[in-house]
Ligand binder design. Structure first.
Ligand SMILES: NC(=O)c1ccc[n+]([C@@H]2O[C@H](COP(=O)([O-])OP(=O)(O)OC[C@H]3O[C@@H](n4cnc5c(N)ncnc54)[C@H](OP(=O)(O)O)[C@@H]3O)[C@@H](O)[C@H]2O)c1
Length: 245
């Protein structure tokens, strides 16, 4: 087996595509998300898959999931730190504290908990080291309108990536970030549906297939630990991001 990866948010969207890509490549894949039935579907027919139903914001749940992964596969080579939510669009004056806190719990504390468990395992295993790939976003750089919670969490993910890259050096732990723009997933479909509801004449946004994201994460993971893709921006060519307008 070429390696072991744990994917958070593996029940749908980008995480599911990445999990399937690594299963197809012969890796051991630990699948983490809340919806057990969907994880079982991804795992079905693969004896190198391990489905672990868990909320990434639950400290004990995350630690148990990592312990199960290490017990089953013996080590952890890569964490794809991906689970995330996109709260409904609103300006800050209309954001309930509970919505802000839930975004922080999943998109930031969840990534912290998974990265902490991965870092611990990678630092102390033999051979030492591993790779953490955080899923940022174009929103780690520039916001969409009405996305204060999401944008704040994704900017914070960039800080997490940089700090782990620095602290990981001494332990052969590489940490990089993929920043995606408009991959077709449930998260994006929900966003487009909301745009449509607000403006039925709204144009369809340009999107990319999640399989392209899965290939990009696969390529990041193929590097030796002495090399790292620190940041990769993978986006629909025609979406607004670079420059004005
Ligand atoms: N799609 C895009 O264009 C795009 C662009 C930039 C960044 N991203 C980022 O990519 C990541 C995945 O997004 P996606 O588009 O694939 O979204 P998605 O299709 O909605 O999938 C989200 C995944 O995260 C999991 N998840 C959500 N809350 C969770 C929790 N509390 N605990 C455990 N798992 C949880 C979901 O599983 P359960 O519901 O089963 O728990 C699901 O597997 C997010 O971090 C998002 O910010 C996406």
């Amino acid at each position: 087996v070429p390696g072991t990866i744990l994917v958070t948010g593996a029940s749908a969207g980008i995480g599911r595509a990445v999990a399937k890509r690594f299963l197809a490549g012969g890796w051991n894949v630990a699948l983490l998300a809340r919806r057990q039935a969907l994880l079982d579907q991804v795992a079905q027919g693969n004896d190198t898959a391990l489905a672990l139903a868990c909320d990434v914001a639950d400290e004990a749940g995350v630690d148990t999931a990592f312990a199960s992964t290490l017990a089953r596969f013996g080590r952890l080579d890569v964490l794809f730190n991906n689970a995330g939510v996109f709260p409904p669009a609103a300006t800050i004056d209309e954001v309930a504290l509970a919505d802000w806190q839930r975004a922080l719990d999943v998109n930031l504390t969840g990534m912290f908990l998974a990265a902490r468990a991965a870092f611990r395992a990678m630092r102390h295993q033999t051979p030492r080291g591993g790779r953490i790939i955080n899923n940022g976003s174009i929103s780690a750089h520039v916001p969409r309108p009405g996305s204060v919670c999401y944008t704040a969490t994704k900017h914070a993910v960039t800080g997490l990536t940089k700090a782990l890259s620095l602290d990981g050096r001494a332990h052969d732990i590489a940490c990089g970030q993929i920043d995606i723009g408009n991959a077709r997933t449930e998260l994006l479909e929900a966003h487009v549906a909301r745009l449509r509801a607000a403006d039925p004449a709204a144009e369809e946004p340009p999107t990319i297939d999640v399989a392209l994201v899965a290939d990009a994460v696969w390529n990041m993971a193929q590097l030796p630990l002495s090399a790292n893709v620190q940041f990769m921006t993978l986006m629909a060519t025609r979406m607004p991001y670079i420059g004005r307008g």
